[in-house]
Design a protein around this ligand. Structure first.
Ligand code: FDA
Length: 305
């Protein structure tokens, strides 16, 4: 986690900065780069076009930690609708879910039950549900719920963060369960007690786990990064891999790289977020790359009278 990322995460938590981004044209234009739209209809529209261009999808209903049962049940309902629509529209898509949006911080049983229902619905639609990984307060419970439901129902995948120090143990436990394992660097601000802090160390750990995943049969690795060096590392390991793996990238990030991997014949899944609660997602994207901040600042100044 760089100093820049920490600064952006801190600054964007302030209410005036939030208003500047969510209530001005430049802020909305920046959000449009990374988010399909406010509604499921808009996401299905964008998704259809991406499918036509050869991409797989993972639909993500934006939203973070909820603090009441009603909101958790509403999120589950919307995700069930999302699976319904994937099925009805014949999209080549799965969904990505955050367990705190499904009530993890209120009651672990609530989130577990939601994942079971989603896994069953995904099975009926012939698709899968990937459990996103959130900040370290939730890693243990997320891994436990995933492991239990994947073992009993299946049709799941999970995101694993290369910056977390516990990741070797999690991989050892999760690889034999056979779901998708999405390897990402990790997007949250974490302490040095639980996570690697230096970018070179995170990239090194990513390479190491990539080798482990690509050598493991029976699991489906998803290489989730836009880092050209790591993509090259995956590409060079791919001839030895006889079973499935895919690349995954975020909607609106390095579209050039996405296109070139598809044209080479690699499966590429686009993580496609939608929904009105896009602010925390957008601030993480801003924190990853100074250019996104400059894009916003330039547009803001050029639009002021
Ligand atoms: P890195 O940050 O080093 O970027 C490499 C290059 O990619 C940059 O030089 C730039 O060109 C481009 N780039 C990266 N981010 C950009 C941005 N925001 N805007 C424009 N260009 C950008 N994290 C998490 O903690 N839990 C999760 O569940 C997930 N899920 C997830 C799914 C998918 C499909 C992806 C691709 C990523 C995630 N992440 C995630 C986010 C991940 O942890 C990480 O924060 C980002 O992918 C950025 O890291 P990179 O691997 O792209 O490398």
């Amino acid at each position: 986690m760089t100093i820049f990322t920490r600064a952006v995460v801190g600054a964007t938590a302030a209410r005036p900065v939030k208003s500047l981004i969510t209530e001005t044209k430049p802020g909305l234009a920046l959000a449009k780069k990374f988010v399909a739209g406010d509604t499921l209809d808009e996401a299905v529209e964008v998704g259809r076009d991406l499918n036509k261009r050869g991409f797989l999808l993972s639909l993500d209903l934006l939203g973070e930690e909820v603090h009441d049962k009603v909101s958790a049940e509403a999120a589950l309902h919307e995700y069930m609708d999302c699976l319904e629509r994937i099925d009805a529209a014949g999209l080549d898509a799965n969904i990505s879910v955050k367990l705190t949006q499904l009530g993890l911080s209120i009651d672990e049983g609530l989130a577990r039950h939601a994942v079971e229902q989603l896994a069953n619905r995904a099975a009926a639609a012939g698709t899968t549900v990937t459990v996103d990984m959130e900040d370290s307060r939730f890693t243990g419970q997320t891994v436990d719920i995933y492991a239990d439901v994947q073992a009993s129902i299946g049709h799941l995948g999970i995101a694993i963060q290369a910056y977390m120090k516990r990741t070797p143990d999690d991989l050892e436990r999760l690889i034999p369960l056979g779901g998708h394992i999405r390897l990402c660097k990790g997007a949250y601000v974490e302490s040095s007690e639980v996570a690697l802090g230096v970018k070179a160390a995170v990239d090194g750990a990513y390479q190491e786990y990539l080798k482990v995943l690509m050598a493991a049969e029976g699991t489906k690795p998803a290489v989730a990064t836009h880092d050209p060096r790591l993509i090259e590392a995956a590409r060079s390991l791919s001839p030895q891999r006889i079973s499935y793996f895919e690349f995954q990238m975020l909607y609106g990030v390095r579209s050039d790289l996405q296109e070139s991997l598809v044209s080479e014949g690699f499966p590429v899944r686009i993580y496609l977020p939608f929904g009105s609660q896009w602010y925390p997602y957008l601030t993480r994207r801003m924190g990853e790359r100074p250019a996104n901040m400059w894009f916003f600042a330039r547009a803001l100044f050029s639009s002021s009278p």
